[in-house]
Ligand binder design. Structure first.
Ligand code: SF4
Length: 160
């Protein structure tokens, strides 16, 4: 979704959001049951962990260092899921989070491409996408993650 912030070429060069250290495994993408079926049609041996009615991709630790690469990442061609990427990946570097009793859209500190952009530009793109992101999160409450320190809140939803 945030293509105006991140081009496909930017993401293809970087792929940092497809690699996780053990402290950031909480942020691995949530897989809906429908997407799980699609993944199994591509990778029948892929294993999953259950989480709140959805799934997480089981990842193997790389032999060197504290790093887990998403198994959907093809080192030459990028994400094999293409346009069917999980919601978390489609909205990255934004995250829907619960802060107190309100859902917010926050900016992940993990994206090196976006972190160099003016915050006003990022906030403007967030405003344009806000309604669509919250609407998607309405369909899957599991997409809403607990707020984590270091994430910059860009938008908060109206109290319901
Ligand atoms: S599903 Fe695709 S975009 Fe998302 S973390 Fe895995 S490889 Fe990256």
């Amino acid at each position: 979704m945030p293509e105006e912030l991140l081009s496909k070429e930017d993401c293809a060069r970087c792929r940092q959001c497809c690699a996780f250290e053990s402290y950031s495994l909480w942020d691995t993408p949530l897989i809906t049951p429908g997407l799980k079926a699609e993944i199994l049609s591509l990778r029948p041996k892929q294993e999953f962990l259950s989480r709140e009615g959805c799934f997480l991709l089981k990842m193997q630790r790389e032999p060197e260092g504290d790093l887990y690469l998403c198994p959907m990442l093809d080192r030459r061609h990028g994400c094999i899921l293409g346009d069917k990427k999980p919601f978390d990946c489609r909205i990255f570097p934004f995250r829907v989070m619960l802060l107190g009793d309100r859902r917010v859209i926050a900016l992940s500190p993990e994206c090196p491409e976006v972190s160099g952009r003016p915050i006003a530009v990022i906030a403007e793109r967030c405003r344009e996408l806000e309604a669509a992101i919250f609407a998607e999160a309405d369909k899957h409450s599991e997409f809403v993650k607990p707020y984590q320190r270091g994430f910059i809140v860009l938008a908060a939803e109206e109290r319901r």
